[in-house]
Design a protein around this ligand. Structure first.
Ligand SMILES: Nc1ncnc2c1ncn2[C@@H]1O[C@H](COP(=O)(O)OP(=O)(O)OP(=O)(O)O)[C@@H](O)[C@H]1O
Ligand SMILES: [Mg+2]
Length: 249
């Protein structure tokens, strides 16, 4: 077992009396790709917002690199790079200027921001489009820029909230390759998706969420083995078994 990099302990969060996150606990090992899976409204994004200190949990806490999100949110924020579910880009700026802007927000000086921006655009296969305006980019290219932004400031934990929704195969492959490459260099990754086959392919461990709770957590193979022949059943089947519903309902 790798050393624990993130530990979430009994997180709870309600909105207007409705529990969006209802007692979520999990750990992510350093250098692991951890998948948080679940259908719409499961509580994935709310969980991510809590651990990236955008939201404060009603109860429970999360530690990242040993720092508590409650007591030391600034330290936690330094360690995490978040690629949000909704694109957060300045359409009228170039890809490069978007990255530099967010790098400056992370506290980088102008020179370092530019150096990191160019390196991250190269990683995402966007060097040739660095000076292109975002408004002219395809959806997949915008997703890749969003991921490049998450890498500004050299985070130790990369959090990706549904990074492959509605994108072309080239961008999807580029995103997977990037994640593997970063993991090989020691990055810890939290990956959120409702595509079960995607999680099965790339994640070391996954937690399946439904109705604000984790209903199953293991390696993809371990989860499949719990319900049948691991070479024949899918994570989709695991979800059905655990919740009595299909992911697509
Ligand atoms: N700011 C908010 N105010 C009120 N309700 C919210 C808020 N954010 C989330 N919710 C509710 O909390 C529940 C969990 O939402 P959340 O966005 O965390 O789910 P999700 O798993 O990320 O879903 P999706 O796959 O659609 O992104 C949903 O019922 C949602 O409507
Ligand atoms: Mg979400």
């Amino acid at each position: 077992m790798p050393e624990v990099f993130l530990a979430a302990q009994d997180l709870q969060k309600s909105f207007n009396g409705n529990k969006a996150v209802a007692g979520v606990s999990f750990t992510i090992g350093k250098g692991d790709i951890f998948g948080l899976l679940g259908p719409n409204g499961a509580g994935k994004t709310t969980t991510i917002r809590i651990l990236s200190t955008v939201l404060e949990a009603d109860s429970g806490d999360v530690t990242v690199g040993g720092y508590s999100a409650r007591k030391n949110p600034a330290e936690v924020r330094k360690l995490i790079g978040v690629c949000p579910q909704d694109l957060a880009l300045y359409e009228d700026l170039s890809a490069l200027d978007n990255l530099i802007f967010f790098g400056r927000m992370e506290g980088l000086n102008g020179k370092d921001a530019k150096t990191q921006a160019m390196a991250n655009l190269a990683l995402m296969g966007l060097t040739e489009r660095a000076k292109g305006k975002i408004s002219k980019f395809s959806g997949g290219m915008k997703r890749r820029v969003n991921l490049a932004i998450a890498l500004m400031g050299s985070p130790k934990l990369l959090v990706l909230d549904e990074p492959t929704v509605g994108i072309d195969p080239q961008s999807r492959n580029n995103i997977f390759e990037t994640i593997y490459g970063l993991r090989d260099k020691g990055m810890t990754v939290l990956y959120t998706t409702h595509y079960m086959e995607e999680a099965d392919r790339i994640c070391d461990r996954v937690a399946i969420m439904d109705g604000g709770k984790i209903v199953a957590m293991d390696t993809p193979h371990g989860l499949r083995a719990k319900i049948g022949d691991p070479d024949k059943v899918t994570l989709e089947d695991v979800f059905l078994k655990m919740t009595g519903r299909s992911m697509r309902d």
